[in-house]
Design a protein around this ligand. Structure first.
Ligand SMILES: C[S@@+](CC[C@H](N)C(=O)[O-])C[C@H]1O[C@@H](n2cnc3c(N)ncnc32)[C@H](O)[C@@H]1O
Length: 283
């Protein structure tokens, strides 16, 4: 475990400790797959199939990448990963990939396992089918917005995390910039709003911020797919998938102007009008 708590403000820990006590932190692989690889998300499935032919699940993507003719391990990083149940399932070889070929990092503000009592851990082990004390992933206790991974990742996921962040665009840029070339990023977030619903830019309407970002991706040849909200499996989620283009990074042009928190404890973040708010630049 690597703990980078110095970087985390005490107020953020206090806030998220309160907020997350009532949130789902134990999604397993099947739930991640239902959210990210839902049959309702045809553009995401097409995107994935182009990058990793035949893959229709997270473990399929990991397996596809792990069997590339490369001696390197495939590195999956899950941002705001909670109890990292899916990682433990992959490590147990539940759903395919040769565990020795996959390295995994779970980034979260908390070591949820360490902070839970043994009764709860037993319950989670029973429900998830994995012994929580066995095959623990590399836990990085840090703010996912700013975390420095120990090594670049081939796949970065984030499920129901980014809506709690004070600077979600910085998080997306940070994750993109720590992907290996051609690495894949999947960001799924609540709530029942269009992608741009509560990430806005001063002086423009809701759609404009993301329209400009996506136009910039297209102009610079960055592959991406966006869906949501609403799949049969989980009608609340919206999803962004993108691939890091060789020799590029994402630069954040717009700064945070205002953050408010709604009754669901989700953040609405208003950025300055600098456009595009995220821009593809040469690395
Ligand atoms: C609703 S849970 C989702 C956990 C997991 N992805 C799942 O679906 O089971 C949200 C997680 O985000 C974490 N979190 C919130 N803000 C964070 C931040 N700034 N950096 C890292 N983790 C954060 C919380 O501690 C919590 O574990």
């Amino acid at each position: 475990m690597f703990v980078d708590r110095q970087e985390i403000a005490g107020e953020l820990l206090e806030e998220q400790s309160r907020v997350q006590a009532h949130r789902m932190r134990t999604r397993d692989l099947s739930k991640y797959n239902a959210i990210i690889f839902s049959a309702d998300y045809s553009s995401i499935l097409t995107f994935v199939d182009t990058e990793v032919p035949g893959a229709q699940s997270l473990e399929g993507v990991l397996e596809g990448l792990a069997t590339r003719p490369s001696s390197q391990k495939t590195h999956w990083a899950d941002m705001a990963g909670g109890f990292a149940i899916g990682m433990r399932q992959v490590a147990h070889g539940f759903a395919g990939p040769d565990a020795a070929k996959v390295a995994m990092s779970c980034v979260d503000l908390f070591d949820w396992e360490g902070e839970s009592d043994e009764e709860d851990i037993k319950g989670i082990s029973e429900i998830s089918g994995v012994d929580m004390h066995d095959k623990q992933p590399n836990l990085i206790v840090a703010n996912a917005e700013t975390v420095d991974l120990p090594e670049p990742a081939d796949v970065v996921t984030s499920v129901e995390g980014i809506q709690y962040f004070y600077n979600p665009l910085a998080a997306v840029a940070n994750w993109y910039n720590q992907l290996n070339e051609n690495g894949l990023l999947f960001v799924a977030r609540l709530p029942l709003l269009p992608w741009s619903g509560n990430i806005t830019q001063a002086g423009t309407d809701e759609q404009t911020l993301f329209t400009r970002i996506f136009d910039n991706f297209t102009q610079n040849g960055v592959s991406f797919a966006v869906e949501g909200p609403g799949t049969k499996d989980d009608p609340d989620f919206s999803l962004l998938a993108l691939q890091r283009k060789e020799g590029t990074r994402l630069q954040q042009n717009a700064e945070v102007l205002q953050v408010t928190t709604d009754t669901e404890d989700y953040k609405s973040v208003v950025y300055t009008s600098d456009s595009p708010a995220l821009e593809v630049v040469l690395s």
